[in-house]
Design a protein around this ligand. Sequence first.
Ligand code: ADP
Ligand code: 5GP
Length: 203
Amino acid sequence: MSEPSNKNIYSELSGNLTRGCLFIISAPSGAGKTTLCNAILKKFPGLCYSISHTTREPRTGELNGVDYFFITDDEFKNNIKKDTWAEWAQVHGHYYGTSAQFIDRHLSEGKNILLDIDVNGARQILCRYPQSITIFIMPPTFDTLKQRLLKRGTDSEQVIAKRLKNAETEIAQKDLYKHVVVNDSLPEAIKTLSAIVSANQTS
Ligand code: ADP
Ligand code: 5GP
């Protein structure tokens, strides 16, 4: 199944009626996106996290309905047919998607939402909600990225190799994003990210 095109489905919700703000965070795997998102969510309790759906296996410690909704390939593909995703993509060989119902309901309630999605997903969300604030997290160096993936210890060598290969393609698209934050010193990156959220959140 091929990913959706970037057709402009600019809805009423992305116009004047929208009160909440969407923050899209993308990064190559291992750059520290999850660590940074968790820190930001702690700092801004009003910010709600969009829990994605995925067909990949849970990592040790990951919980269904907390880190992701873990679903089967068939469930995912049925939802593509039913057009329930605000965006979806295949990343590192698995499906990942964001519920349109979740986003539209929370935006219409005036909530600010944080999305941790890949570059293809970010493009689709930008078409649907053009006012989204886009942030790309960069590792200080490619070698640091590799070290962080190894240190995290959650993925096999084969999976790490695949993620590093994809990282080059992802980094090449960073100009799509309004903000680029280098995650070298964690406290500095949290400070920069917090300033972006503070300046753009709507409530
Ligand atoms: P991602 O969600 O982008 O795949 P993680 O948040 O899981 O990345 O981070 C990958 C690893 O790097 C984790 O072990 C995390 O603790 C570590 N890490 C994250 N940010 C930093 C940083 N600024 N300095 C050193 N280690 C970091
Ligand atoms: P991981 O498997 O390491 O949790 O995530 C792998 C990649 O999938 C990351 O780049 C992450 O941002 C991306 N991702 C997670 N959820 C979604 C989603 O709902 N949609 C899209 N397009 N990408 C996602």
